[in-house]
Design a protein around this ligand. Structure first.
Ligand code: PLP
Length: 401
């Protein structure tokens, strides 16, 4: 008898489980809109040309070795990552009051930041939007924070519940941590406007709430790296403190390389240095030090003017294809006379559309049309192509009529 015989079968991850179900379906028309990864018009994963070039450089460099990186990762990668999110001319960077540490993609950066806060910050409560990426509550709870939600999405308008957001943050205890999606909110695709961001900033600063930005889609939302970092830069420009978790999974297509960074913006360089020393104590017993390959690719691209500019072009092409899928799906539903207002499909931004379809409708579409998505009605626009839009539109039409 096994000493583990009492262990019960755990449920599939609600997002990754969609792909498991998809893989089991033998239908030739099956469509996976669950996965949060970019696909080409042909439905294939994409390795950016610029990534291939950077990798070639790495392979050709015989002087490169596979030694351990320092606990906080590749120094040049950290510096360039801070420049990317905060802006090359950021005074906080010039004043050396940001510590940036390489972590295991966005998830690892969130976890390290949360562990640091649980150990060293006076308020253990973190407010996350409702809804949010399904992994957020788990990451923060396991790091030792206490998770509460603030209103974010309004199902009636399929837009932002701005009043509810302001009320909930307004009544949060002083000092509470607030998780903010820097852009392309997942799963809703609904972002505050710049004016609304400014109001959120004023409220949070006056209540001394600590912003923790999750930036998983910089450049992927609008096609512009600067536009997608505006929210974060507004909060840094006021001189206040914040945290930011960056991922290169989507914007460089480096999903499996697990490359990201955590930055903590502090009031002074002295504080930033001490914070960094404590981040090392969080990281060392967790995974010792991060992997070298992905960070070297990113550094090679960010440091070189030509590669950087090539990257921005390829990034914009991915963003544009997603935006074009939004228009094609919207037009297809209009053409079918599908009941309801579907304008949120073209208003929402980023990789996902929060369709407003309920779990019964989702189940129907999976069963009758072999279309796979999370039960909250979120579809990955990156998983669509001109060829598959009609099939999806037929399915949505049938599900709502
Ligand atoms: N945060 C959000 C909102 C996400 O959507 C994702 C990925 O889906 C992540 C963080 C982290 O992704 P990764 O750990 O692959 O960088």
């Amino acid at each position: 008898d096994s000493v583990f015989s009492h262990v019960v079968q755990a449920p599939e991850d609600p997002i990754l489980g969609v792909t498991v179900a998809y893989n089991k379906d033998p239908s030739p028309v099956k469509l996976n809109l669950g996965v949060g990864a970019y696909r080409t018009e042909e439905g294939k994963p994409l390795v950016l040309n610029v990534v291939r070039k950077a990798e070639q450089q790495l392979v050709n460099d015989r002087a490169r070795v596979k030694e351990y990186l320092p606990i906080i990762g590749l120094a040049e990668f950290n510096k360039l990552s801070a420049k990317l999110i905060f802006g090359a001319d950021s005074p906080a960077i010039q004043e050396n009051r940001i510590t940036t540490v390489q972590c295991l993609s966005g998830t690892g950066s969130l976890r390290v930041g949360a562990e640091f806060l649980a150990k060293h910050y006076h308020q253990r409560t973190i407010y996350i939007p409702l809804p949010t990426w399904g992994n957020h509550p788990k990451v923060f709870t396991l790091a030792g924070l206490s998770v509460k939600t603030y209103r974010y999405y309004d199902p009636a308008t399929r837009g932002l519940n701005f009043q509810g957001l302001l009320e909930d943050l307004g009544s949060a205890p002083a000092g509470a941590i607030v998780l903010l999606h820097a852009c392309a909110h997942n799963p809703t695709g609904v972002d505050p406007t710049l004016q609304q961001w400014e109001q959120i900033r004023q409220l949070m600063r006056s209540k001394k709430l600590l912003p923790f930005f999750d930036s998983a889609y910089q450049g992927f939302a609008s096609g512009s790296l600067d536009a997608d970092a505006q929210s974060v830069r507004m909060f840094v420009a006021d001189g206040g403190e914040c945290l930011a978790a960056q991922s290169y999974a989507k914007n460089m297509g480096l999903y499996g390389e697990r490359v990201g960074a955590l930055s903590i913006v502090c009031k002074t360089a002295d504080v930033a240095g001490k914070v960094e020393s404590q981040l090392k104590l969080v990281i060392r017993p967790m995974y010792s030090n991060p992997p070298i390959h992905g960070a070297s690719i990113v550094a090679a691209i960010l440091r070189d003017r030509n590669l950087y500019s090539e990257w921005t072009i390829e990034l914009k092409a991915m963003a544009d294809r997603i935006i074009s899928m939004r228009h094609q799906l919207y037009d297809a539903l209009r053409a079918r006379g599908t009941p309801g207002d579907w304008s949120h499909i073209i208003k929402q931004i980023g990789m996902f559309t929060f369709t407003g379809l309920n779990s019964k409708q989702v189940t129907f579409m999976t069963k009758e049309y072999h279309i796979y998505m999370t039960s909250d009605g979120r579809i990955s626009m990156a998983g669509l192509s001109s060829k598959t839009v009609p099939h999806l539109a037929d399915a949505i039409h049938a599900a709502v009529t």
